[in-house]
Write a protein that binds this ligand. Structure first.
Ligand code: FAD
Length: 462
């Protein structure tokens, strides 16, 4: 059925407060229209039920990108062109910038907005898997005030959202703690632009050597809403990438999604594609790691002795170790660097070991020692991330054991915390409290050697 323009009313109040007042006065009566690239398609098809439209186009309150130390806040009215042209979005959130490039053609990118893509709630929308892996939060606004919801919770079912009838999306907030993650995305469709995807995947991975320290994978067009592949992530986290792991991840992903048959594709094909894309993601992050590693080493090999020693210091904390390692340059690969790092560490006298120990916070404590640099403090927080989730009782037991350890040995307890739960670390500390001083010093030095190895691998990925 053709739509008659005379049946429709379009108003443009010109400010956010005027729009939310209108929505509050007559909730459910007015349909917001931003770029109109979805709404006008419905109109042209004679399927636009709402007769009263209120324009959000170019409202300044919805249009900016704000950058703070912790987060980037993207106004819901930002267009795909705005996203593509924003330097911080392009550099730190490449999956979102890439999705913007893949959405429609240039004309569509000049009009279509991020807020419109979210509220239109298509399971095939290109920007939504990126928002899932970046753990975006949405700020919703109405005459009643603002509220924040996780994007993960926003789409509650096919074309269903948490948005109330009088609410708008004001902004999309992306936390900035994902530096050092390798990014991957793929849109499988007739072509990237101007085509709705059959399947799209966005993923991030952080590696220490070949071990996947953290991973986030999301997919579109495989369920009523875009989804995080949490079972697949679980299979991968903490594991070494090899052919067997890749096969397990592929099978888990295929079993985890719930695609449907439709005019663009079959459910079986979509599940197989998701499995293939997960395997491709793993291949790419391993390859990307090799490239990045050579770049970091080549640059470091070319620095002055002082600069190179200073840069590597945070990996261990001993200045004698970092000076000797810098003097051993050039290194061609990770293995030769780590072998040299281990040899130097094992030869150092105890006072240099103690200097490295002094840079660590106590297990279970967020407060970092004054001697620790911001990078060392950030690595310590990552290493102890599983302790943060532990309950009150474990925290008090750790605090008590830390006190006893320090009274007995006169230094902070050192354990390689990566991948260990708070309970495991408490057990290790209680057992090592039975050591004599010389045995305990060697045990702590061995743990520091493992910490240094992991930090060197992270540093090589920067
Ligand atoms: C030719 C063409 C190609 C396309 N290609 C792609 C593609 O490749 N990938 C893809 O994902 N999409 C694609 N789209 C869909 C579309 O461009 C996007 O979904 C776009 O982001 C919608 O934004 P908009 O501002 O135009 O939304 P509008 O059409 O203005 O609105 C869409 C919906 O969102 C609501 N809305 C908008 N802004 C807000 C807000 N701030 N708060 C609350 N509600 C709001 C509206 O009420 C409406 O329900 C394509 C569309 C066309 C016409």
């Amino acid at each position: 059925m053709r739509s008659d323009p005379a049946d429709y009313e379009l108003v443009a109040p010109g400010s956010l407060s005027a729009v939310v007042s209108l929505l509050a006065e007559q909730p459910g009566q007015w349909l917001p229209i931003a770029g109109g690239t979805d709404v006008m398609v419905q109109y042209a098809a004679g399927k636009l039920v709402s007769r009263k439209l209120v324009s959000l186009w170019n409202l300044s309150e919805l249009r900016g990108v704000g950058v703070t130390d912790d987060a980037v806040s993207i106004g819901a009215g930002c267009t795909y062109t705005d996203l593509r042209q924003h330097e911080v979005v392009e550099r730190e959130f490449p999956l979102l910038a890439r999705a913007a490039r893949w959405t429609g053609g240039i004309a569509n990118q000049n009009r279509g907005t991020l807020g419109g893509n979210i509220v239109n709630a298509s399971p095939a929308a290109d920007s939504l898997p990126a928002l899932l892996v970046y753990e975006a939060e949405l700020i919703l606004v109405s005459a009643r005030g603002e509220r924040r919801v996780r994007y993960l919770d926003f789409h509650t079912g096919y074309k269903q959202t948490l948005l109330a009838a009088d609410e708008l999306i004001l902004a999309v907030c992306l936390p900035r703690h994902l530096a050092g993650y390798l990014a991957y995305s793929r849109k499988v469709g007739a072509r990237n632009a101007q085509a709705i995807s059959k399947v799209c995947v966005a993923a991030l991975g952080r590696l220490a050597g070949d071990v996947i320290e953290d991973v986030r994978i999301a997919a579109g067009s495989v369920a009523p809403v875009p989804v995080r592949l949490q079972k697949t992530e679980q299979v991968l986290r903490g594991k070494t990438i090899d052919a067997a792991l890749s096969q397990r991840a592929r099978e888990t992903a295929m079993g985890e999604v719930r695609p449907i048959d439709d005019i663009r594709s079959t459910a079986r094909y979509r599940a197989a594609v998701v499995g293939n894309l997960v395997a491709e993601f793993l291949r790419q992050i391993t390859g990307g790691r090799q490239g990045r590693l050579s770049e970091v080493l080549a640059r470091w090999n070319g620095l002055s002795h002082e600069e190179s020693a200073l840069e590597i210091l945070d990996c261990c904390g001993s200045s004698a170790w970092s000076r000797q390692l810098a003097a051993g340059r050039p290194f061609d690969d990770e293995l030769s660097l780590i072998t040299a790092a281990d040899e130097i560490w094992n030869r150092l006298p105890p006072q240099d070991w103690l200097q490295a120990f002094s840079k660590h916070p106590r297990i279970g404590e967020r407060k970092t020692p004054q001697a620790a640099s911001p990078q060392s403090a950030a690595w310590s927080a990552q290493e102890q991330q599983d302790v943060t989730a532990a309950g009150e009782a474990i925290h008090s037991a750790l605090a008590e054991a830390n006190r006893e350890y320090e009274q007995r040995f006169g230094r902070v307890f050192i354990v390689c915390a990566t991948g260990k739960s708070a309970t495991e670390m408490l057990d290790i500390m209680l057992s090592r409290l039975r050591n004599d001083d010389a045995t305990e010093l060697r045990a702590a030095a061995e743990e520091q050697r493992k910490i240094t190895n992991l930090r060197l691998k992270k540093w090589l990925q920067r």
